[in-house]
Design a protein around this ligand. Structure first.
Ligand SMILES: [Fe+2]
Length: 169
């Protein structure tokens, strides 16, 4: 049915699939990062938020009489790009991870802003509130990455020039 409610339900399912992919991506970064503890720690704390977000979205979906579905194409496609970047054993891996994570978190923020509006239109204030809470977490993560990007890029470039030191992760 073409209703705001049906559209909200569909977008909530997409968001849930996006968070499942996000969890995988963050875990991959955590496993691979060794020499950038500040970045690693921030990703670890966002991984915990990401798992909570999945649970919140599942709750919203069930409240609306739906349930999470498997992978959706939209996030799968985006992540195919990301995994491609990570799987290449590149010498600038930490910077590629940074670019990917920053892009992903920014995209997530836009998705939750869209969802929040959609929930308001569909007269689901509780769901709108949940989406707003998640939106703040995504914005905080994107902002942290934006702020720390110059420092991490500098650290990488310094390490790159030091003989016998690993720079890439
Ligand atoms: Fe996120």
């Amino acid at each position: 049915m073409n209703t705001a409610r049906a559209q909200l339900l569909d977008w909530l399912r997409n968001a849930h699939a996006m968070e499942v992919q996000s969890e995988e991506m963050l875990k991959t970064h955590i496993r691979r990062l060794h020499h950038y503890p500040q970045l690693r720690d921030r990703i670890v704390s966002h991984l915990a938020e990401t798992c909570e977000q999945q649970a919140k979205l599942e709750h919203c979906l069930r409240e609306m009489g739906g349930e999470p579905s498997g992978l959706r194409e939209f996030s799968a496609r985006f992540l195919a790009l990301g995994h491609g970047l990570l799987q290449v054993a590149s010498t600038d891996e930490v910077v590629k991870s940074l670019v990917l994570t920053y892009s992903f978190e920014s995209m997530e923020a836009v998705v939750y802003r869209t969802l929040m509006t959609s929930a308001e239109v569909a007269a689901q204030p509780e769901i709108a509130g949940v989406c707003e809470d998640i939106l703040r977490q995504e914005e905080a993560m994107a902002e942290w990455l934006r702020e720390h990007l110059p420092d991490i890029v500098r650290q990488y470039l310094v390490r790159l020039e030091l003989p016998g030191i690993q720079a890439k992760r």
